[in-house]
Design a protein around this ligand. Sequence first.
Ligand SMILES: *Cc1c(COP(=O)(O)O)cnc(C)c1O
Length: 387
Amino acid sequence: MPLDNAERTQLLTPSATLAIDARAKSMKAEGLDVVGFGAGEPDFDTPEHIKAAAMGSLDAGFTKYTPSSGIPELRTAISEKLKADNNLSYDPSQIIVTCGAKHACFNAILATVNPGDEVLIPAPYWLSYPEMVRIAGGEPVIVPTKAENGYKLTPELFREYMSPMTKLVIINSPGNPTGSVYSENELAALAEVALDEEIYILSDEIYEKLVYDDVKHSSIASFSKDVYNLTLTVNGFSKPYAMTGWRLGYVAAPVALAKAIDSIQSHSTSHPTSFAQKGALAAYRGPQDCVKEMVKEYDKRRRRFCDLLGLIPKLSFVKPQGAFYILVNISKTGMNSTEFAEKLLEKERVAVVPGKAFGDDSTVRVSYATSIDQIEEGVRRIAKFCK
Ligand SMILES: *Cc1c(COP(=O)(O)O)cnc(C)c1O
């Protein structure tokens, strides 16, 4: 047998964001003053009561294997949260706690996609979706959306890009990198197409809590029993509770799919870390003002960032209503996204993520998970660079 890597690994592309990120970090390490807008995670620390719960459970010796789908009290807390916040009725047995929402998406894709199946992914997309589909042997079908439509998938585009091989569509609202939030009506129109054609829906709702301007998040699975039966709802703790390093998320699904996902997980990671699950339990059972405070702060930064970016003639953007990113159109600079990001880092020492990584080479992503001071300084440098 030839000793080469498995074919599924040869289909993967290394993350373009990592190269620039590594460069930015090494410049920082050299003592250079780099403004970082590349972050894909909250800059806040995990709230104290959540840390205390995990530490307490460690002290109490909660250090053994747990059930593969997660500890029962956490699955119950998630079930109650989904009912209260999202009007979703999932029995705890339909919820699988995973090692992050990323892992929840991965499990969901492995449980639904056969080799050769097509998966619709609206672009700009979160960069892991196409790779996950490839690992499952599926075919990612990228659906380009337009800034005029707020970078959202429309029923027309859905129908245009689907085929008899389409098994799954991925909807991420609020979205990374777009900051777009689908309205209830927009989601209902997409759900109708999925129902007509019997296509599964992966609804990645990790940024649910991070919405602004009185925009309302809707969960597509709550619309009807039929939509519910087609939907895998993904959520987690990383973004709302600043718990990225804890690796805790979950997927909720119809009974048969939930069983399949549990099976996959039981033979791979077994389960998420025992004491981290106790932290997540405290996150859902404890006070929620920590989330409100972080959202308030993100909103302040978002508004300041947008106001300042709006003054740069060569740049344009759709004002984000969720998450903590702004997707900035750079086509008037005459550069592609990699060129823009590399030169901006070299000349002005500002790190941004080239949109190429998200399937849109005419944009770069900036993150406002950083201080107002950094935002002001960074935009000043971007303005200078664009001149
Ligand atoms: C950050 C992110 C996730 C996953 O976060 P985890 O840390 O794995 O919980 C999932 N989807 C999107 C769109 C994200 O931006």
